[in-house]
Design a protein around this ligand. Structure first.
Ligand code: TXD
Length: 309
């Protein structure tokens, strides 16, 4: 089978780590693009020089323009500013919207049939901007956040119970921000509902830590935001597409009626495979869960209403 071509736009923390994982997991050739001259070329060469040790044969090239990204199968957008302590994801909206607008237009000029994964924050709003300016069909574009928020929740559950991460499943829906909606009722350990294993108080504590997960890292790093778990989350989705795994993951999908929502991107469970977003799964929610999801959607709409692009 011919190797897939995967472009990663933005050669910063998340972009470069994503490129590294794609190469190490042998998922395809990688084009790493950035506006800063030398950075993508330097990181691509550095990664290439690790190939004999890491045993991969795909090409990793660094670029400052899009011609050589032509006919990419998957394009990951990580270009833009990241948070510093005290900033919310919304504070990045205006600057990142104009970056995502121009980048998504450039990408589809050369890869009109790509599958696009948006990472830049504020995530749900930026995925909307990328769809608007790329013109991609709704099954060809998605935002990565739910996998990250869920892996954070999973890791906190595993740490608390002293069990393997492998046995923990967790679901976090809604927007990627303070109004995200961790779903304890759809989280389990080795098939046992989380609600049977922990007190409500403990679950609430882990839910709050999950919501604050990104900010907790920003406060520690002081100079930027998380990138190991975000890059792993992106690559988990890339893997699902490239290997046609038919995985069900939470991700920001374009909603047209599902969950009573229309015309916005927001985190919901999706079935992901080589066709892209094959299906959106509608979970049977309680009134309380649905209210939380609708509040999340309201916050996404408020962000979209303030877009300047
Ligand atoms: O869950 C999620 N979706 C997220 C999102 C998890 C982690 C990080 N999240 C967001 O991703 C974060 O808030 C930022 O908006 C992006 C990228 O985060 P990263 O930590 O990688 O930021 P860096 O290290 O500052 O890298 C950004 C790179 C940097 O090299 C810039 O030169 C480049 O983006 N950049 C561009 N590249 C190409 N084209 C344009 N126009 C451009 N502008 C900046």
């Amino acid at each position: 089978m011919a190797k897939k071509k995967i472009t990663v736009v933005g050669a910063g923390h998340v972009g470069a780590t994503t490129a590294q994982l794609i190469a190490y997991k042998k998922l395809g050739h990688v084009c790493l693009v950035d506006v800063v001259e030398g950075i993508p070329q330097g990181k691509a060469l550095d990664l290439t020089e690790s190939a004999p040790l890491e045993n991969f044969d795909s090409q990793v090239i660094g670029l400052n323009s899009y011609e050589e990204t032509a006919d990419s199968d998957i394009v990951v957008l990580t270009a833009g500013l990241a948070r510093k302590p005290g900033m919310t994801r919304e504070d990045l909206r205006d600057k990142n919207a104009s970056i995502i607008k121009s980048v998504s237009q450039e990408v589809v000029k050369h890869s009109p049939d790509c599958f696009m994964i948006v990472v830049t924050n504020p995530l749900d709003t930026m995925t909307y901007v990328a769809k608007k300016y790329s013109g991609l069909a709704k099954n060809r574009i998605i935002g990565m956040a739910g996998v990250l928020d869920s892996t954070r929740f999973r890791s906190f559950i595993a740490m608390e119970l002293g069990v393997s991460n492998e046995d923990v499943h967790a679901t976090v829906l809604g927007l990627h921000g303070a109004d995200m909606v961790p779903m304890p009722r759809f989280s389990s350990v080795a098939g046992i509902p989380l609600t049977e294993l922990m007190s409500k108080e403990k679950i609430d504590e882990l839910v709050e830590r999950t919501k604050d997960g990104g900010a907790e890292i920003v406060r520690l790093l002081k100079t930027g935001s998380a990138y190991y778990a975000p890059a792993s989350s992106v690559v988990n989705m890339v893997e699902s597409i490239v290997l046609e795994k038919n995985r069900i993951v939470p991700a920001a999908a374009y909603l047209e009626g599902e969950y009573g929502l229309d015309g916005i991107f927001m985190g919901v469970p999706v079935l992901l495979n080589w066709k892209g977003v094959e299906k959106i799964i509608e979970l049977p929610l309680t009134d309380e869960e649905n209210e939380a999801l609708q509040a999340s959607a309201k916050a996404v709409r408020e962000s979209m209403a303030q877009l300047s692009v």
